[in-house]
Design a protein around this ligand. Sequence first.
Ligand code: NAG
Length: 347
Amino acid sequence: MGRRCWRRRALAAACLGAALLLLLLLLGAAARALLPESGNKALGSGWLGGKKRSPLQMLYDLDQGSSSALAEVHRQRRNLLRRACSRHTRRQRLLQPEDLRHVLVDDAHGLLYCYVPKVACTNWKRVLLALRGPGAADPQAIPAHQAHAPGRLPSLADFSPAEINRRLRAYLTFLFVREPFERLASAYRNKFARPYSAAFQRLYGTRIVRRLRPRAHPDALARGHDVRFAEFLAYLLDPRTRRDEPFNEHWERAHALCHPCRLRYDVVGKFETLAEDAAFVLGLVGAPGLRFPAPPPRAKAASAASQDLARRLFQDISPFYQRRLFDLYKMDFLLFNYSAPSYLRLH
Ligand SMILES: *[C@@H]1O[C@H](CO)[C@@H](O)[C@H](O)[C@H]1NC(C)=O
């Protein structure tokens, strides 16, 4: 066998090996049922020395018993997600470990949390950090920059396919989502319309102005500080944007960050019912004394303001762009049971 040929074979074998690993990863994710029969065995009495049931087992118990109203809500959300996935997704490419970058791992409690920016992810990272610490640290006391510091919380992407599969089978997997256009409006306001967003404005704002604003003022070209919502949307819809690189995580679709049709999520939390849903997850974790950071006193007003902000921002957008933007975010609407906002002019 010539040397070249041998090399080609080695390469082919390596490729095949990699493909098999990925296939395993895929099967592991697909085969995992909520019912942790195998999980029970795998975890068995070994879970925390047999003293405690894992969060996934807790959820299983809830589902078996005369389940609470809240458990029923979550069961229905899960079923809806599953149905929407089978109805709306076609053949998909294989998942690579790198696709799981947003899934954070808590080995001590058996948790996988996929974070979606603009959906209380700072507070969830705080909670995961507090869970790691000895004693019951107060999540609220952890500064935001610490919660977001890279590497503070391990990501599923850092593990081998076998290790990923093991965790996907045995851990409680959850994410939090939000009405897609409210999330988008919030991202725009936070990253473009606030004086403290200079870094984002320089990085993305200047790009948007350069590409989309004819005869831009030199100051706007240099600072990217005055991007209008319509320009931001045009940037999102411009095919060049996603050809160059993936969307920034603040406006990337939740399904593209968390792959809810590929991984089996046990709990789909919603920003709109954040306090109840967070308490539900923490109840499964069984960490007495740990409280999800309370929303600021003005939270109710802020939530109404978030709806109102989206409505106001979209009001000036033409029906043509509204439709195209709805198409872009449609999967997040469908998978997480959000209806098209009434202020849109889709027809
Ligand atoms: C989906 O949304 C509708 C309308 O808001 C609601 O009535 C229904 O209960 C939701 N279904 C699930 C499974 O959450």
